[in-house]
Design a protein around this ligand. Structure first.
Ligand SMILES: [Zn+2]
Length: 245
């Protein structure tokens, strides 16, 4: 009978019997089976799965498995302990969201400028940060080892001392986020996605000088801010280029 080798990572192991957790195991199969059906037959809900590698290559749920395939299955939300795993893949997990501790305020603006979703509220207590992290599947970014030691913190990254560029590059490389980066797609103030807006609609709000040289504008519906490629943009662009360079 044809057979495949499965391995599930991180919290996906909670759905498996003890003898199959965190190790390779063999599964026999008959006929034509999709990887999704196989995963669900093993007891793991497909909604919990974000990335499947078959013989080291990323596939979607419809992939039909073949004899001797080696199948690695990863959860929707990356954790502290999968450094070895994130290096295996080129494609980032679909949803990577963050919540920044109040001690790393400096990097929030630039992470948002890269298009990354970073929740930040200077009034939050450590308990509230953990609560929001769990509720919204947000990875905590912090300089506090103490915060990451709370038993109910499941996903967090310790931010080491360094420049803003070094710190953000560290996060991006650690979680393989380059594919998710969309510069200037998110509001720097409130973190909501920006939309394009025509010049005519906002003309009276643009400084006269800016009107002359700039035709492209973005708008944040949530906080009613307008963005354009002015001097502020150029300054941020330099930092972004250094991060991605
Ligand atoms: Zn906004």
């Amino acid at each position: 009978m044809p057979e495949v080798i499965f391995r599930f990572y991180e919290e996906l192991n909670d759905f498996l019997p003890a003898q199959r957790r965190k190790r390779d195991f063999q599964v026999d199969f008959k006929g034509r089976e999709s990887v999704k059906d196989m995963i669900e037959a093993l007891g793991v809900p497909h909604t919990e799965v974000d990335l499947i590698l078959v013989n080291g290559k990323s596939v979607d749920f419809r992939c039909i498995i073949q004899d001797k395939d080696r199948i690695s299955v990863y959860p929707t939300f990356e954790s502290l302990d999968i450094k070895d795993v994130t290096h295996l893949r080129e494609i980032p997990l679909r949803q990577t969201r963050f919540i920044a501790d109040i001690n790393i305020r400096d990097i929030v603006k630039y992470m948002r400028a890269l298009g990354l979703d970073v929740y930040y509220d200077a009034s939050l207590s450590p308990r509230e940060i953990i609560r929001i992290s769990k509720r919204e599947n947000r990875t905590i970014l912090t300089k506090s080892r103490k915060l990451l030691k709370f038993s109910d913190v499941t996903h967090g990254i310790f931010i080491r001392p360094g420049t803003t560029v070094e710190q953000i590059r560290g996060i991006i490389d650690y979680l393989s986020l380059r594919g998710l980066i969309e510069p200037f797609s998110r509001c720097l103030q409130c973190n909501k996605p920006l939309v394009g807006v025509s010049k005519d609609r906002i003309l009276e709000r643009i400084p006269l000088k800016t009107r002359e040289f700039c035709d492209e504008y973005s708008y944040c519906k949530a906080c009613d801010r307008i963005y354009w490629k002015g001097t502020h943009y150029i300054k941020i662009r330099k930092v972004i280029d250094a991060i991605l360079g």
